[in-house]
Design a protein. Structure first.
Length: 59
């Protein structure tokens, strides 16, 4: 997707999010979402996450 564009993937589809891209994920449907995150590169730890907004107070 391009900057500012919403994407609604279907079952068994994937989305590529480029390094450094600001992104958000939500499930607008009623069926629970299963998410598989695949990282690549030389640094794969969780401490590189930068939160800009968070409805759960984790900013």
């Amino acid at each position: 997707p391009r900057t500012g564009e919403d994407t609604l993937p279907g079952e068994n589809e994937s989305i590529y999010i480029p390094l450094g891209a600001t992104h958000c994920l939500e499930n607008p449907g009623k069926i629970p979402l299963d998410l598989i995150e695949v990282r690549s590169g030389s640094y794969l730890e969780e401490d590189d996450v930068v939160r800009f907004e968070d409805r759960y107070g984790r900013v």
